[in-house]
Design a binder for this molecule. Structure first.
Ligand SMILES: [Zn+2]
Length: 195
């Protein structure tokens, strides 16, 4: 299972392929597909006809919810210059480098506090806490694994996050100091709690 992942909301029903229209109600089923999460978005009709019955008994079922589709704006007005916490989180997930697992977790917590992400579900998979967040505007779903940070590691990871927010992901690495070391240790599952 991936430690992190984004499942975008589909723009059409994945059963009948009809495009969703603005403000249309849709249904989402999230399930566990071996090495990853799989997301299925379907329209009301298909839901009633094929899925409503026994949805929760499907193999690997994790979560179900209903949403209201919001058509994307014609041109993303702020997407270009904004390198905020959310876009940084998306980039970290995209590069899929274990040294950023702890930073991604902290970013998700920050975004949840700012109400830019909503917790949909909290699970325990293979002994680790997994949070499923939704970006309410786009309907995208982020799955983030709790790296199990110790209190004494928080400072270093927060420092790493601050550096990334300030300098971005592609600028010269934020000094391979403590923060990176902690990130790597967390990723490798070698947390050393200091008594
Ligand atoms: Zn449909």
């Amino acid at each position: 299972m991936n430690d992190w992942n984004i499942q975008s909301r589909s723009h059409h029903c994945q059963a009948c392929q009809a495009p969703f229209s603005d403000a249309e109600k849709y249904h989402t089923v999230l399930s566990d597909a071996k090495s990853d999460y799989s997301r299925l978005d379907v329209c009301e009709k298909c839901w009633q006809a094929q899925y409503a019955e026994g949805a929760k008994d499907r193999k690997g079922f994790i979560s179900y919810w209903q949403g209201v589709y919001e058509a994307p704006p014609p041109t993303p007005p702020e997407a270009i210059k904004r390198d905020d916490a959310e876009s940084l989180l998306r980039k970290l997930i995209a590069v899929n480098d274990p040294q950023f697992v702890a930073a991604a977790y902290i970013l998700a917590v920050m975004l949840e506090r700012k109400r830019q992400l909503k917790i949909k579900e909290q699970l325990r998979l293979e002994g680790r806490r997994v949070f499923i967040y939704e970006q309410p505007r786009t309907g995208d779903v982020f799955t983030i694994t709790d790296p199990g940070l110790q209190l004494d590691q928080l400072d270093a990871v927060q420092h790493q996050v601050a550096q990334l927010l300030e300098h971005g992901l592609n600028s010269p690495a934020p000094a391979p100091g403590q923060a990176m070391a902690v990130g790597a240790a967390v990723a490798a599952g070698e947390y050393v709690p200091v008594a």
